[in-house]
Design a protein around this ligand. Sequence first.
Ligand SMILES: NC(=O)c1ccc[n+]([C@@H]2O[C@H](COP(=O)([O-])OP(=O)(O)OC[C@H]3O[C@@H](n4cnc5c(N)ncnc54)[C@H](O)[C@@H]3O)[C@@H](O)[C@H]2O)c1
Length: 247
Amino acid sequence: MSTLQGKTALVTGASRGIGRAIALRLARDGANIAGLDIKDDLLEETGALVREQGVEFLPITADVTDFDNMKAAVGQFTEAFDSLDIMVNNAGITRDNLLIRMSDEDWRAVISVNLTGVFNGIKAVARPMMRQRSGRIVNIASVVGMVGNAGQANYSASKGGVIALTKTAARELAGRGINVNAVAPGFIRTAMTDELSEEARESALGQIPFARFGEAQDVAAAVAFLAGPDSSYLTGQVIRVDGGMVM
Ligand SMILES: NC(=O)c1ccc[n+]([C@@H]2O[C@H](COP(=O)([O-])OP(=O)(O)OC[C@H]3O[C@@H](n4cnc5c(N)ncnc54)[C@H](O)[C@@H]3O)[C@@H](O)[C@H]2O)c1
């Protein structure tokens, strides 16, 4: 079913992992895709997979922490496509450490990509979406932004911030027909979680009622729902995709 036929989507952090899965899913649903990433080496791999779905792919190299970069990226997007229907703010990083050992640099780096990056993404697409009086913005948060996680002061604060920012943007943009929602994944099997120690992995599995990690496609399916026609009356919501970890 091509629920997003003729729509366009900008996905940040699209080179790999969850961002790639989101780009592929939205492409499968019929949307033309721009994949944005700070690293362009894997972006073409995503592009080839997206084009296999019979839609267009525009690669954009940009850093979400830099607003001018994001503004230029949206400029590239609107030159290539007639409308800007969907924005997925997915790019994110981790720099884990216990709070008392966390360096100022690691704190700032994570807040800058995960929280300021989402702010920049929303701000960059807000005007074109406001002009067209429609748009879907989906931000990728995390369940640790709701319940915290030892060793992730920077990451959990950034993701909690994304949830609050999602709700504020939802309130500000609703009048212009723009829905802003978030997806909060639990543990998803990607390069990010492959770095976990065996001990951390076992402890995580113990907290998940389904007793398995999720797949990037599980997150992509929730994003596709929030980007699609069946969620038109949803805004400011957070959908947890976590195997029941946080209820
Ligand atoms: N994997 C998980 O278990 C999990 C759980 C909860 C939330 N998340 C969130 O999902 C999102 C994707 O995670 P993932 O596991 O696919 O990670 P990943 O590391 O595989 O992919 C992240 C992508 O973001 C890009 N990126 C990093 N900094 C950037 C910047 N400044 N500008 C543009 N692009 C940048 C990277 O190059 C990479 O391609 C992140 O926001 C992450 O916090 C992941």
